[in-house]
Design a protein around this ligand. Structure first.
Ligand code: NCD
Ligand code: ZN
Length: 345
């Protein structure tokens, strides 16, 4: 098996990212701007970004927080609610917004304004289908009677299948898929359905949350699953199917929010996202599929141009810092204090 000492690929993009706002935004944005040309910025602020005007203002705050000379473009999204008016979609498109995010109400961090019944949003989804905006889906039901490890699979039956039937030409991204069921569903769903895959769901199964004690930094939503699911996600990205692409779901929370009795969901991976993905692709001998996953499949599905620059990863062990500043607080990157084998130069 080949064992390259470096890896040069077209500058990649992150198709699912949480940047937060204010001082937290200023702390984490440089990590992403260094590695990626563009990122799809999640709208789950408090209050959420629900209008084109709010998205434009948030975009300005992101641009203002960029380091000097950074070559990075934020791609903005709106948070879909039961009440998002259909005529907001044209304003959103004119403002450069590329997608709306569907959070089932209560599914995850800052999702209480989310959708209670997708049928309430159909007029708006029809407008999106017409105007060419994408729907990005947090694919978990919130029914407390459904086991948390089954919520993604149940979502496919209860929400995805009817949605695909009713809006066949709406481009839908099933975000941060975590199960064999979701990987199989997306592979068989046709040209208008794609998925993002995070580094943590390629690298870890649910044992990581419980190894030697409870490890809050491995807790994200959708939660890590059994090994059989991790293997299915790896097989999906190794297949080279262009409808699977990179989306870190880097979701920063201050250490005191993670290391407490009720821990916030999210893994902070923006510092070393490409290195983590390279490790995952190398482990399955699929480095030849890495560039398309990271740099081609996302823009192709979104209908955007591919980036033109390059980035290089060196095989060069380095140790991740234990903590980074996060506004006034601190944040721990996933794998804090551990050694990675790839390093972006
Ligand atoms: C995200 C966050 O913290 O905003 N958390 C996470 O675990 N992924 C929300 C989300 O994407 O579900
Ligand atoms: Zn997310």
């Amino acid at each position: 098996m080949s064992h390259p000492s470096s890896l040069t690929i077209t500058r990649p993009d992150d198709w699912h990212l949480h940047l937060r706002d204010g001082a937290a935004l200023a702390s984490v944005l440089p990590c992403t701007a260094r590695q990626f040309g563009r990122a799809i910025v999640m709208p789950n602020l408090r209050p959420p970004i629900t209008t084109a005007a709010q998205a434009l203002a948030y975009r300005e705050r992101i641009l203002a927080a960029l380091p000097e000379g950074a070559d990075f473009q934020p791609l903005m999204t709106l948070y879909l609610t039961d009440l998002t008016p259909a005529d907001e979609i044209k304003r959103a498109r004119d403002a450069g917004v590329v997608a709306l995010k569907l959070y089932p109400a209560g599914a995850t961090t800052n999702s209480d304004a989310g959708v209670t019944d997708i049928r309430k949003t159909y007029k708006t989804l029809e407008a999106m289908q017409r105007e060419g905006l994408l729907l990005l889906v947090h694919g978990e039901v919130t029914d407390p009677d459904i086991d948390i490890f089954d919520r993604e699979a149940v979502f496919i039956d209860r929400v995805m299948q009817p949605l695909r039937r009713d809006m066949p030409e709406l481009k839908v991204v099933f975000e941060h898929i975590t199960t064999r069921e979701a990987a199989q569903y997306v592979a068989s769903a046709g040209a208008f359905t794609a998925a993002t895959v995070t580094p943590q769901h390629l690298l870890y199964n649910r044992n990581a949350i419980f190894t030697g004690g409870l490890r809050p930094h491995y807790y994200c939503l959708p939660v890590l699953k059994r090994e059989v699911h991790r293997l299915a996600l790896n097989a999906a990205v190794a297949s080279g199917n262009p409808r699977f692409f990179l989306g870190t779901d880097s979701a920063p929370h201050a250490s005191q929010i993670k290391e407490t009795s009720v821990c916030g969901a999210g893994c902070f991976t923006a510092l070393s996202a490409l290195e983590l993905y390279a490790e995952a692709f190398e482990a399955i001998q699929a480095l030849d599929k890495f560039e398309a996953f990271a740099s081609f499949n996302g823009p192709d599905f979104y209908g955007l141009p591919r980036n033109t620059g390059k980035v290089t990863l060196q095989r060069q062990p380095w140790t991740l810092p234990e903590v980074l500043p996060f506004g006034e607080a601190q944040i721990k990157p996933l794998r804090a204090g551990e050694t990675l084998s790839w390093r972006m130069s």
